[in-house]
Design a protein around this ligand. Sequence first.
Ligand code: SER
Length: 268
Amino acid sequence: FTNAGMNQFKDVFLCTGSRDYTRAANSQKCIRAGGKHNDLEDVGTDTYHHTFFEMLGNWSFGDYFKAEAIEWAWELLTQRWGIDPSRLHATYFQGDEHEGLAPDDEARNFWRRFLPDERIHKGNKKDNFWEMGDTGPCGPCSEIHYDGTPDKNGDAFINKDNPNVIEIWNLVFMQYNRDSGGKLSALPAKHVDTGMGLERITRILQGKQSNYDTDLFTQILNAIGILCNQQYTGTMEKKDIAFRVIADHLRTLVFAITDGCTPSNDGR
Ligand code: SER
């Protein structure tokens, strides 16, 4: 299992391997229950993190770059899927002096073709520079967030752990490689790695407030309820947190077992 959709393409980004295509779109089974991208502690206590999720991605291997990635993301969300454009916000990398990285004004300017300035937000290295681990291919990223607040006042809540204002898609512009000494060097070519959580986009397209209220989870929650003689009511109370934790972990384990993992009480 990987923690992101990009891991199996690492060799292509580093130019140590290749495929017979330069563009791809996929759905990648991801588990984030340890390591750098670990969502385990958030699971259940919120409505939108999971130990297992399906990451929908589109890829450019030295082919298209920022302009197309941004334009096509916008087209898919607003024109194909009909998401209200006034609920969408984008972020871009603000740069990092210590790393010697300039702000990603290019991404910012591409977003200006679709969004007003007040819905384009800068973000620091933690949120807007994507790395799969301590070393490897990486680059600035531009996230798309959905404002699900009743009066669309989510501006102040971007990346602030608000359950109604959530990131739905991350567009990563792979440009660098980080070596074991922490130094960044330019990759031989520029690539695109995007990741959108199936569970989150399903929630938006189904008009729900919680990933657990989508049809990816309701049958699991119902089955747990029957076994426990309890009912899931979607609150932040302990009982409902437990429901969400069990539903999430069951799903993770079912996918893991069907992919050949044998769970045990020893190690990960
Ligand atoms: N690698 C990025 C992420 O996991 C985008 O796919 O968020």
